[in-house]
Design a protein around this ligand. Structure first.
Ligand SMILES: [Zn+2]
Length: 390
């Protein structure tokens, strides 16, 4: 049993002075002067106790190298060992839940089990299994499952569910990291995406669509997906469609910003940098459209893409605010919003009976988005994974 004493609790419900007691993976009591029976007590006076971040879009198998295509031919075991290191990086950076949106075979499903068993240190993993893409489609070369037609799409979706996927990921358009693919061009057709959505609905797992181009975004939204990932070339109509249906947007801003900042000098292939440079301004404009229309936002980093390492959620929080969200809006997107998108109950608030996923911060994240940098303590699923209270 653990108690965090003397701090200010801060979450989507606001802020209040309260001690927090944790036992058996849950918050068991919260309030002033608890004086619980805790065998370990952390003095967090003058500090803030916030919910751990939920990152709705990562790739545990990817290691942020400059040229992703050089992963071709790496054994799955090697990718899994790297994934173990990425889990540790993420949780120490204050991320207590990650949704893996596509990797080879059962890598992310197994990561979920390894963390749950206590074999690996890491955030809770919500795995999508393999991404579902058309033949030759985006990310087919990093463990994608290639399908054509409704029957194959259905089969691929059911295969992921059978293996234990808690989300499904499909490719509605081309992408930046696949050579030859046009970023904005539609890929899976609307009927193929709908088949995946129907499997997801029957199994109770949300469906995420990678979509940059306007047409692909609309195909995915009409097909009924739960989230549009990236959403680079959104237009006003797409934003309104999403707002009306409650389709989440996961902007993954850091993925684009990291590539644009480093460029070819850092070893990123020229075609990747060119596609990114074409996308950055439109992606920024998508924020104006989405916020104006009231599209719900969930935080996701796309961690693993070039120079976008697994410890970067705090930077995504700052980018969300730079692009127009309030610090409170960013907190919501990374806690209750992302938890809602992932279909997780009891996650995202500091509340009695909720999962004990907590970060201790030096400043108030409702006032200042940079507060998420370098959490001084992290509790994940009730375990104190790091504490540097000075
Ligand atoms: Zn991704």
């Amino acid at each position: 049993m653990l108690e965090l004493s003397g701090g200010t609790v801060v979450d989507a419900d606001g802020r209040r002075a309260a001690d927090v007691a944790v036992a058996d993976g849950e918050v068991t009591a919260i309030g002033p002067d608890l004086e619980s029976e805790a065998d370990r007590r952390l003095d967090v006076t003058d500090r803030y106790v916030a919910p751990g971040l939920v990152d709705a879009h990562v790739h545990l198998a990817l290691d942020a190298r400059a040229d992703v295509t050089t992963l071709r031919g790496d054994e799955e075991t090697m990718l899994a060992y790297r994934g173990a290191a990425h889990l540790r990086e993420a949780v120490r950076a204050g991320v207590t839940t990650v949704r893996d949106l596509g990797g080879p075979a059962t890598l992310a499903v197994d990561a979920r089990e390894a963390v749950a068993e206590g074999v690996l240190e890491g955030p809770r993993v919500v795995p999508a299994g393999q991404n579902i893409t058309m033949t030759g489609g985006h990310a087919h070369y990093v463990g994608g499952c290639e399908v054509d037609g409704v029957a194959e799409a259905r089969k691929a979706a059911r295969t992921q569910v059978k293996r234990g996927a808690e989300a499904l990921k499909c490719m509605a358009t081309g992408g930046i990291l696949t050579e030859g693919a046009e970023t904005g061009a539609p890929e899976l057709f609307e009927d193929e995406i709908r088949a995946i959505v129907e499997v997801g609905e029957a199994a109770g797992v949300p469906v995420a669509a990678h979509a940059h181009g306007t047409g692909g975004i609309k195909n995915a939204v009409r097909a009924g997906v739960d989230s549009v990932e990236h959403g680079t070339f959104m237009d006003a109509e797409a934003a309104e469609m999403m707002a009306e249906r409650g389709t989440y947007w996961v902007p993954t801003t850091r993925a684009l910003v990291a590539i644009a900042a480093v460029g070819v000098e850092g070893g990123i292939p020229e075609w990747v940098v060119a596609k990114t440079d074409d996308a950055v301004d439109d992606h920024r404009a998508s924020f104006d459209l989405a916020l104006e229309a009231g599209v719900p936002v969930a935080m996701g980093t796309d961690a693993g893409t070039p120079f976008n390492d697994h410890a970067g959620a705090a930077e995504e929080m700052e980018l969300l605010v730079e692009r127009g969200l309030s610090p409170a809006g960013a907190l919501e997107a990374a806690t209750v919003g992302a938890a809602d998108l992932l279909g997780l109950d009891g996650v995202g608030l500091v509340r009695d009976g909720y999962r004990a996923d907590l970060v201790v911060l030096d400043s108030d994240p409702l006032a200042d988005a940079t507060a998420w940098r370098d959490p001084v303590a992290v509790v994940a699923g009730g375990d104190l994974v790091s504490a540097d209270l000075g």
